[in-house]
Design a protein. Structure first.
Length: 179
């Protein structure tokens, strides 16, 4: 009896697993090039504010597809969230270590930080972020391989991963803040 129950259990699991496709767990990766713009002055004073902007089209190329993917229509997302790498050099570790700015020193004149909002007039997702430099040191601002995600989980929309890469402009910047 146990043997029959074991065989039926294995058959049941096999039948269920054959109904699940790779697409059920696959989130397409779309790439944008040079999405961020940062006018790096390389030397800043304590209290200066740096700004960087992000803009990318709602129509993006998808690998292996002849037509552009309309990410606004596909995802239904009015915004995509992202996280940039902001690091400070540490003599202790002899490397750049990620730092997180206090909320009052990290803001967006457009509204929410780390969020690219859809602009229907230009058909682009845009974002402007500001960081107030409150500590002296050597810093790195790295936009390469920044991922964007939408959190609109509905049956009619897809979840996308979008990755920024630098192709024609640098997406990794180094600068110094002095007193």
């Amino acid at each position: 009896m146990r043997k029959i129950f074991g065989i039926l259990s294995v058959c049941f699991l096999f039948a269920i697993s054959s109904c699940i496709s790779d697409d059920d767990f696959f989130s397409p990766l779309i790439t944008i090039e040079d999405g961020f713009v940062f006018d790096n002055q390389e030397n800043y004073q304590l209290g200066d504010t740096i700004y960087f902007t992000l803009e990318f089209s709602r129509y993006l190329p998808e690998e292996g597809q002849p037509n552009l993917l309309d990410i606004f229509e596909s995802t239904g997302a009015n915004e995509f969230f992202y996280d940039i790498e902001f690091s400070k050099f540490s003599s202790f570790s002899n490397s750049y270590q990620r730092v997180f700015a206090e909320e009052r020193n990290y803001y967006s004149p457009d509204g929410e930080t780390n969020s690219a909002s859809y602009n229907p007039v230009t058909e682009t997702y845009t974002s402007t972020t500001a960081i107030v430099l409150v500590e002296p040191g050597e810093y790195q601002l790295n936009f390469n391989f920044t991922y964007f995600g939408n959190y609109n989980y509905t049956p009619n929309n897809v979840y996308l991963n979008i990755q920024n890469i630098g192709v024609n402009t640098p997406q990794e910047y180094f600068f110094t803040v002095t007193e």
